[in-house]
Every structure is written in structure tokens, then in C-alpha cells.
Design a protein around this ligand. Structure first.
Ligand code: ZN
Ligand code: ZN
Length: 229
């Protein structure tokens, strides 16, 4: 049984199918000293369990200033509008996945699969291009456009005091025409991730892989599965 856990000194797991809501992705929280950054927001507009977990970690959800959206699927963005409304955080997503969330497109966000209505949510910072930096508190979040699962999927690399963590979220797919998935783009994205300098992989549904060798093995197992190596 998972619990709210400290993955690195400044990184916590605060949401998942086991510790918040059954439909939730893995939700990660980064302590940026004066501010908090959240990676994804879970499936539900009811964010109370994720907030309870943040408090259990000894942190205050009121300090969330930034929500990074790795892609616009409902299991990652269902709570986005609630976090933005309640805590005034700014939402950051790639421009190629922003429309789906701002319009709450039921197909592109996968909401139809969950038989759930998604609240549309503004994206305050729309990332464009292939990579860049977003500063939050004392941290620099380096983002990479890693299309494939969706057109605007991003991965985030963060250097912390006790290791480099890569938030890659849905490494495993799936790949569906209704998501505008592109599996050859995905294979290129995964190869790009393997080349990055990280110690810990934070995946969207399957948790934490470390050290890097084990994480690379995990990513490569999917490349092999889909015939890309
Ligand atoms: Zn997804
Ligand atoms: Zn997912």
C-alpha cells in the first residue's frame, strides 16, 4: 500500500490510484522553498485527498504557485481547474495540448472513457518549441517536448539537492487515434529521455524507477514491446 512518500528531499508523491482517487495518475509535489510546484492534478475536481496528502507531508497547499501539466488527459488534469481556483496557481502546459484542456474536449482528454465531465481550465503559460526552463522559487524546471502519447506531452527534468528527477509521466502509452497519438514520435521522445542526465524516473502510473539503469530498462522495455529497438 502506497502512502504519501518522500521520493527525494524536496520531492513528494501526493496522489495516485492508491493514495488519493482510484482514477488518479501519480501526482508529484516539489518543495521550491518559498513556493510549491505540482506535477499533474489527478482525475477529480475534488482535490481534497491530494491536499490532505500535501498537509501530511508537512506542507501547505496554499503555497502551490505552479501546476505543470504533462499532458491533457483527464487522469492528469481533472483537478487543474480546482487547484487554479482554490490556490490561484498558474497552469503550465505545452501549447499543443492546451486547447484540449481549455475546451475540455471529451475525446482528446479521454473524459469519455472515464464517463466523467471535465471542467475546462485556462492554461496560463503555454510552452512552445522543443525545450525550455520555467523557474519556481529556488528551482529551475527544464521541460522537453516529448510528443507521442499526445501531441503536446512534456517531460520535466529537475535538479535537486540529492538527485536529478525526470517526470516523464505516461511513458507506457497507450497510443490511440482519438488522442492524436503518434507512436514514431513517441519512440523518438523516449530515446531523447534516455539520453538525459537523471537519477530517478517518476512515471505517470507505475511510480518510481531508480537508479537510472533500472529506469532506462523500463523505458526500453516499451520500445522493445512496440518494435522500436
Ligand atoms: Zn495519458
Ligand atoms: Zn495517464
Amino acid at each position: 500500500m502506497q502512502k504519501t512518500s518522500r521520493i527525494l528531499l524536496e520531492v513528494y508523491l501526493v496522489g495516485s490510484s492508491e493514495i488519493s482517487n482510484p482514477g488518479d495518475c501519480m501526482v508529484y509535489l516539489v518543495d521550491c522553498r518559498s513556493e510549491l510546484a505540482l506535477i499533474d492534478a489527478g482525475v477529480s475536481a475534488d482535490i481534497s485527498k491530494i491536499c490532505r496528502n500535501i498537509k501530511r507531508a508537512g506542507l501547505d497547499p496554499e503555497d502551490i504557485s505552479t501546476l505543470f501539466i504533462t499532458h491533457s488527459h483527464i487522469d492528469h488534469v481533472g483537478g487543474a481547474a480546482s487547484f487554479r481556483k482554490k490556490y490561484g496557481c498558474k497552469n503550465v502546459a505545452h501549447e499543443l495540448d492546451s486547447d484540449a484542456l481549455e475546451k475540455a474536449d471529451p475525446e482528446l482528454t479521454g473524459a469519455v472513457w472515464y464517463n466523467q465531465e471535465l471542467m475546462p481550465c485556462k492554461v496560463d503559460v503555454k510552452l512552445s518549441g522543443s525545450e525550455g526552463d520555467v523557474l519556481v522559487g529556488n528551482k529551475t524546471f527544464r521541460w522537453f517536448h516529448t510528443p507521442g502519447h499526445t501531441p503536446g506531452s512534456i517531460s520535466i527534468l529537475l535538479n535537486t539537492s540529492d538527485g536529478n528527477i525526470l517526470f516523464a509521466q505516461d511513458v507506457h502509452g497507450p497510443f490511440m487515434p482519438q488522442f492524436r497519438s503518434n507512436i514514431s514520435d513517441w519512440a523518438k521522445s523516449m530515446k531523447k529521455l534516455i539520453d538525459l542526465d537523471f537519477d530517478v524516473l517518476a512515471e505517470g502510473h507505475f511510480g518510481i524507477y531508480r537508479p537510472k539503469d533500472r529506469a532506462v530498462e523500463y523505458i526500453k522495455s516499451y520500445l522493445t514491446h512496440y518494435g522500436y529497438q
